[in-house]
Design a protein around this ligand. Structure first.
Ligand code: NAD
Ligand code: IPM
Ligand code: MN
Length: 360
């Protein structure tokens, strides 16, 4: 079997706790299928700043560029959040996404029945919800020039036609492979970048994806529709910051931020896989973080970077089994019994082991 090189970037806060869980699950999958996975750990974020003054050390970026895939926890925390700080953990993550050219960030949202009780949304609205947000990840206001003086500041938002086209193409291909519907979200009533986004999307879809149904939505009303009629959505494509905000909102359809994975992809096979949540400083170090988002990110890694769809299915099925069996971390358990990070991880590993050897 060919060996797959996976770089692990634990980062800060609960990052190391949830990446350890994802690696344990990948080890179990590896044993199950007889894969050769080689893990290599590197520093990013606050941990890297503490170790050497930089949020993305050159050695980390080089290792990620040479890897088959990257598994990341989370970066940031109060220790590094002084507004006057010279360097911030979050810059490391942005530089990594940019450095690897990962312009399309897939964030699937598929509520599991066992977690419905944890969602503030009425259960009848959630049955059958299955959507993917494709968030543009290397452009927009995150990466524009910034200025700061004593009494003013600015962040430039810019997009080129080429940047819009490539992410819309990724989203449209995904929609074509799913239910054939794409919603593009913008603020074209106010922003020039959004007018370019809408115009470019309409033209590209008409030329290259006439079979995919396209709808445009303004981001403010989309924030409402997402909660009011989540079942109506298949694939949603949007710019960097709107995608960031809408997906934390969408996590409430699933019941917890700790359930949503992501895959950040570019033109090559390599990608970065990380939960959409952050370093959760409020619960870090207590062994209670939900590891399922990180584990489901590892499943996306198997599927998208390693081409191991069967292994990805096994991991996703194992998480579903753990949820079915009521193995819920504190934020999902409500008044019921809560499982810690290790117990939840062990439940997923047990489901993988119980699946027995694969057919030859
Ligand atoms: P957060 O996502 O870290 O936490 C928000 C809330 O969700 C907290 O109450 C937290 O306890 C809870 N939560 C998050 N993940 C959870 C999990 N797996 N299990 C159980 N509960 C979970 O957002 P924040 O508090 O606004 O940000 C904290 C830090 O994380 C900031 O420095 C921010 O920049 C950073 N951040 C990093 C990433 C990333 O590395 N990709 C993403 C988001 C935020
Ligand atoms: C995310 C995070 C990051 C983002 C931050 C930490 C830079 O919120 O991955 O969703 O805004 O992209
Ligand atoms: Mn975010």
């Amino acid at each position: 079997t060919a060996s797959h090189r996976i770089v692990v970037l634990p980062g800060d806060g609960i990052g190391p706790e949830v990446t350890a869980a994802a690696v344990a699950v990948l080890e179990a999958v590896s044993a199950h299928f007889g894969l050769a996975l080689a893990f290599e750990e590197h520093a990013i974020g606050g941990a890297a700043i503490d170790a050497g003054g930089e949020a993305l050390p050159a050695a980390t970026l080089a290792a990620c560029q040479a890897a088959d895939a990257v598994l990341l926890g989370a970066v940031g925390g109060p220790k590094w959040s002084d507004p006057k700080a010279r360097v911030r953990p979050e810059q490391g993550l942005l530089a990594l996404r940019r450095g690897l050219g990962l312009y399309a960030n897939l964030r699937p949202v598929k509520p599991h029945p066992a977690a419905l009780g944890a969602s503030p949304i009425k259960p009848h609205l959630l049955a059958g919800v299955d959507l993917v947000v494709v968030r543009e990840l290397t452009g927009g206001i995150y990466f524009g020039d910034k200025t700061r003086s004593a009494d003013a500041a600015s962040d430039l938002c810019s997009y080129s036609v080429a940047e819009i086209e490539r992410v819309v193409r990724s989203a449209a291909r995904l929609a074509r492979a799913r239910r054939g519907r794409l919603v593009s979200v913008d603020k074209a009533n106010v922003l020039e970048t959004s007018r370019l986004w809408r115009e470019t999307t309409s033209r590209l879809m008409a030329e290259e994806f006439p079979d995919v149904a396209l709808e445009h939505q303004l981001v403010d009303s989309m924030a409402m529709h997402l909660i009011a009629r989540p079942r109506d959505y298949d694939v949603i494509v949007t710019e960097n910051m709107f995608g960031d905000i809408l997906t934390d909102e969408a996590s409430m359809l699933a019941g917890s931020l700790g359930l949503l994975p992501s895959a950040s992809l570019g033109d090559g096979r390599n990608g970065v896989y990380e939960p959409i949540h952050g370093s959760a400083p409020d619960i870090a170090g207590r062994g209670i973080a939900n590891p399922y988002a990180a584990i489901l990110s590892a499943a996306m890694l198997l599927r998208h970077s390693l081409g191991l769809a069967e292994a990805a299915d096994l991991v996703e099925g194992a998480v579903a089994q753990a949820l079915d069996r009521g193995v819920l971390t504190a934020e999902l358990a409500g008044d019921g019994r809560a499982a810690g990070t290790l117990e939840a991880t062990a439940a997923v590993v047990a489901a993988i082991v119980a699946a027995g050897s694969p057919a030859a």
